[in-house]
Design a protein around this ligand. Structure first.
Ligand code: G3D
Ligand code: MG
Length: 266
């Protein structure tokens, strides 16, 4: 079986984030700066949705080891083509959002509210970041206190950036990723607490057992997770998703034989 330290090194996480905002505010330029560290003023058309990928290394909130993150960045085309059908697909599975305006164009700042609300309607409460881009142009069309107030209303941070100079670009993506990771563990802990509360009075509540198992997997308490998941299959061998989850845990524990056996039943 793999030792704890090799296990910790193998922990990785995928996260999808989306950029939204009015056309030409600099969404594509920001991603380009972050992913390739370049600013190409000739790069202008975003046709459909660009999907970019960047590998990040963050500090693991559970144990200070390195957490490998695959950040998948969705960067959508102009608003006109932003049809309802596409909108749902665009946000599906998103774990965080960067909402961008052009600091020099007031109308794009006024539209931030619309974007934050449209996103939240679909994704629910996920980490967001309000961005006023193009500060290098030096003509900010709103007062900072207005942006601060807006950020306060939605309980999310804000930042002035320049995709051209690179100012604060890396910081916003890393900050968002860190908040997404933290939320994942916080949500798992909250789910675990809730499930344990129910299990105190109904120890065989199968949904709570499964939720507890799932939370323990996220919290990387694999031995405890397996014990709970065994309990789920004892109560109902066909409980949805349980075999797939067991396979995942055995694989994390380095027991490929058991992982394969569970996969067959998934
Ligand atoms: P979008 O993806 O939001 O539609 P783009 O926006 O990234 O395509 O950028 C729109 C225009 O703004 C581009 O100019 C781009 O070069 C410029 N731009 C983006 N970010 C910045 C910035 O931080 N500073 C400055 N000065 N310009 C920026 P063109 O002329 O190619 O349309
Ligand atoms: Mg674009």
């Amino acid at each position: 079986m793999a030792s704890k330290s090799t296990l910790a090194q193998r922990i990785s996480m995928k996260m999808k984030i989306c950029l939204v905002g009015e056309p030409a505010v600099g969404k594509t330029s920001l991603v380009r700066r972050f992913v390739f560290n370049t600013f190409d003023p000739k790069y202008f058309s975003t046709i459909g949705t660009n999907i970019w990928k960047k590998k990040l290394q963050l500090t693991h909130p559970l144990n200070d080891s390195t957490l490998d993150v695959d950040m998948i960045v969705w960067d959508i085309m102009g608003q006109k083509q932003f049809r309802d059908l596409l909108r749902d697909a665009y946000f599906f599975g998103a774990k965080g959002v960067i909402v961008v305006c052009d600091s020099g164009r007031r109308e794009t700042f006024d539209k931030l509210v619309h974007w934050v609300e449209a996103v939240t309607e679909i994704t629910g409460d996920i980490p967001q970041y309000l961005i006023a881009n193009k500060v290098d142009l030096g003509s900010v069309s709103f007062e900072e206190k207005e942006m601060k107030k807006m950020a306060g209303t939605y309980d999310c941070p804000y930042q002035m950036t320049s995709a051209k100079t690179g100012e604060f670009v890396e910081e916003i993506f890393l900050n968002l990723a860190t908040r997404i990771v933290q939320k994942r563990y916080d949500d798992a802990q909250a789910g675990l607490d809730e499930a344990e509360k129910t299990l105190e009075s109904s120890p065989e509540d199968i949904d709570s057992l499964y939720i507890k198992g799932e939370a323990l997997v996220i919290l990387e308490r694999y031995d405890e997770a397996i014990a709970i998941l065994h309990e789920v299959t004892r109560l109902d061998t066909d409980y949805p998703d349980v075999w797939g989850l067991k396979a995942e845990v055995f694989s994390k524990l380095g027991d490929e034989k058991m992982a394969a056996l569970c996969s067959v039943r998934a």
